[in-house]
Unconditional design. Structure first.
Lengths: 299, 450
């Protein structure tokens, strides 16, 4: 272990090389110095503040590889304290970003306390998204109910990113929101999760959406089909691709023929066949290439 | 909404069915008479990010109908002419840059601050993306979603997950995506590729890149963003930091979150050629170990000095990125790579807009043998625009670009964590390293998500 007082003094040295040498050794420092590093990270001396931030990062990385590292819990606890009310906002943000790399499920209750704080909630969600396991996902789900409308799309994005199957019901409900931002965010999350709901969802009416939201809506549906195909639910994927194929837009037709070729079934091939002579050259070439790749994969 | 001829054709796919109707209403000029290219032969381009790099892709309205030489910094040989194209839509978060680009293009391009408005425009066929690095992934993915073919500047992505999502988007929509590591389109890289692939060096066991160090930077106070800049949109999906002129236009590169230093900037050129020559476009290393130092002071955080060692298997070879490293003794250049084989070595320098050079022996070999193995690109932009028509994959396709960017990203992660990473290039995960695996993705911010 380092001499804590010398370590802290070196981080504030006027010589940048001395500060650097100190922060590089921070992996050997005691987690007991974390509160002092938090204060130093808010210093008006930018060199000392940087050295303290880098020291915190080095301590974090030193315990980051192995979740069972002996002092990892102490470092997490120290960083959780820094994320609390007693520290300057940039320090709290820095602590949350570091926690995103090492915090485990045990840290979730402490983190979620700040999720309704407007100046911190984005960082809390960022941190939760990186914590593996169901605890963070459950916390995000629970936070949705009390979140203001402006933040609901962000929470939906996190649930989609984490592919939280338990969030499918929430997504289908949110798709019916009168707020188009929420409704489209729900379709996007739904597509990324890719789980089939108990009853077919009522997708937002395209007429109520902007041009961009319509693009996002369709992308969500295509991702859903892709996920269903990966799960072996070819019938559901085929249903979606058939619909996409009827759209006038060239790239949705292309996406449909590519999806059909990936399904590779006789039924999918029969649908794909109808586009091999499409008058649109991009669709035609894409369909022919897809057909060839499907045939090659069967050979 | 007014329906243009292009929009009608693109969205109905009814050229054959509606042929007679179109024949009746299309004026002579539209058929390519009067010295003008037919509109259907003209690529309608959108441009996202038109600062220093992005301006190089603009196609002025006044050039339409003229023979426009291909830019020499994008590879190819001899004098070549670009396919007719017009820059019909321009987008930048900085109004000042937007105005400058509009003046340069002439005519009446559509101007946008929000790239989504540009991507919605069905008249835009393809986009050139030269936004800051932290935007490359989302701009590309969303452009694919909107049905555009994409030329995006390197490095392809800032995280492994971004790169994989870009590959998925290009494949999902069947879009052509060319990434701007143009070294592969330069004749010297092609000569070197043929020379090495023909076994003229024996088996290559080591590729050693050299490059000068990144700047250390200083302290510049944060400030209010200039009124012409939409700073929140500039930050986009990255973690929020207050505006600072020394980490936005031009100098964002020295921040890990935005640019990632020399290794991600020039590494995406030099190591792109290495991956191409070594036939590693669909794989990756099994270990990555970075050493070196970040700035001791100042606001930047990317490595000033770095030496990153990548070990590949099946076949076994080692790639080294070193800034500074050991320059070639054969050719004088500020960066490049030496390919060390069993029977000799070969230098390939640069690989970016400054051109590429290689040893005379590779040039002679290319001139005097049947070198049919490596694809010879006509030039990076021409290759892209050819592929728009043929729907083939361009020379720096998305999977290849993702694999090159992965080298850069993993080098930085190892550098940040100060430890060796064991990498599974199939699963694209680190072995036994929880924190490193979390750094393979970066959750988005606000509305910006993969």
């Amino acid at each position: 272990m380092l001499d804590d007082q010398k370590f802290l003094a070196d981080l504030q040295d006027s010589n940048a090389d001395v500060r650097f040498a100190a922060w590089r050794q921070a992996g050997q420092a005691s987690p007991a110095v974390i509160p002092q590093l938090g204060k130093l990270a808010a210093s008006s001396q930018p060199g000392s503040a940087k050295a303290a931030r880098e020291a915190l990062a080095t301590m974090t990385h030193a315990v980051g590889k192995d979740p069972s590292a002996p002092i990892r819990a102490a470092v997490v606890k120290g960083l959780l304290d820094l994320s609390g009310d007693g520290y300057a906002l940039p320090v709290r943000v820095h602590a949350l970003r570091l926690l995103s790399g090492i915090a485990g499920p045990d840290a979730v209750p402490a983190l979620v306390k700040w999720i309704q704080q407007p100046d911190l909630r984005e960082e809390v969600v960022f941190c939760l998204e990186r914590i593996p396991g169901p605890a963070a996902a459950k916390a995000l789900l629970a936070a949705y109910r009390d979140a203001p409308d402006i933040f609901k799309p962000r929470l939906l994005a996190a649930l989609g990113h984490l592919r939280v199957a338990e969030a499918v019901g929430l997504c289908t409900e949110a798709m019916r929101s009168a707020n188009a931002e929420i409704a489209v965010a729900a379709v996007k999350a739904f597509g990324r999760i890719g789980a089939k709901p108990a009853t077919p969802p009522a997708l937002p009416d395209p007429k109520t959406l902007s041009a961009w939201q319509q693009i996002e809506r369709l992308d969500g549906i295509l991702r859903y089909a892709e996920a269903r195909a990966k799960e072996g639910d070819a019938a559901e994927a085929l249903r979606v691709y058939r619909q996409a194929l009827e759209r006038p837009e060239e790239h949705w037709q292309c996406a449909a023929v590519i999806g059909l070729a990936r399904l590779g079934s006789a039924e999918a091939a029969a649908v794909l066949l109808t586009r091999l002579n499409s008058p649109n050259s991009t669709v035609r070439i894409t369909a022919r290439n897809a057909w060839k790749s499907m045939a090659a994969s069967k050979a | 909404m007014k329906t243009s001829r292009r929009r009608f054709l693109k969205h109905t796919g009814a050229a054959a069915a509606g042929g007679a109707l179109l024949f009746d209403i299309v004026p002579a000029r539209a058929l390519g008479l009067q010295g003008q290219p037919a509109p259907s032969d003209v690529l309608n381009l959108g441009h996202i990010g038109i600062g220093g790099r992005g301006r190089g892709f603009l196609r002025p309205e006044a050039d339409l109908g003229k023979q426009v030489p291909a830019p020499p910094n994008l590879g190819g040989e001899g004098t070549r002419f670009l396919r007719p194209a017009r820059s019909m839509a321009l987008c930048d978060v900085d109004a000042q840059r937007l105005d400058m680009a509009a003046t340069r293009v002439g005519g009446k391009p559509k101007l946008y601050r929000d790239f989504r408005r540009l991507l919605e425009d069905p008249d835009v066929d393809a986009v050139y993306i030269a936004s800051p690095d932290h935007w490359h992934a989302l701009h590309t993915i969303l452009a694919c979603q909107a049905g555009k073919d994409v030329y995006v500047e390197k490095p392809a992505c800032n995280t492994i997950q971004e790169g994989r999502a870009m590959v998925a988007a290009a494949e999902r929509y069947g879009r052509v995506v060319q990434v701007g590591s143009q070294g592969r389109s330069q004749p010297a890289a092609w000569q070197a590729a043929n020379y090495i692939r023909a076994g003229r060096l024996g088996r290559v066991r080591k590729v050693a890149c050299w490059h000068y160090a990144s700047p250390a930077g200083d302290w510049t106070p944060d400030a209010d963003p200039p009124p012409t800049l939409d700073y929140d949109l500039w930050v986009g999906p990255a973690r929020w930091v207050p505006y600072n002129p020394r980490r936005t236009h031009g100098s964002f590169r020295w921040m890990i979150d935005f640019g990632g230093g020399q290794i991600r900037d020039r590494g995406a050129h030099v190591m792109s050629i290495a991956n191409w020559i070594m036939d590693a476009d669909h794989t990756g290393p099994v270990s990555v170990e970075a050493k070196g130092e970040p700035p001791h002071d100042g606001m930047y955080d990317s490595g000033v000095t770095m030496e990153v060692t990548y070990e590949f298997r099946n076949p076994e070879w080692t790639l080294i990125w070193a800034q500074p490293g050991t320059p070639s003794t054969e050719l004088d250049a500020r960066y490049g790579a030496v390919y060390w084989g069993e029977t000799g070595n070969l230098t390939v320098t640069l690989g970016d807009g400054q051109g590429t050079a290689t040893d005379l022996k590779a040039k002679d070999f290319a001139a005097h043998c049947d070198c049919g193995k490596a694809f010879k690109s006509p030039g990076h932009a021409e290759n892209f625009e050819d592929c728009i028509r043929t729907r083939e994959k361009p020379i720096m396709h998305m999977e290849a670009a993702h694999r090159v960017a992965s080298l850069c990203v993993l080098g930085n992660i190892s550098f940040q964590l100060q430890r060796k990473l064991e990498w599974d290039p199939v699963a694209e995960r680190c072995k036994n390293d929880d924190e490193a695996n979390r750094l393979l993705s970066r959750p988005g911010r606000g509305p910006w998500h993969l």
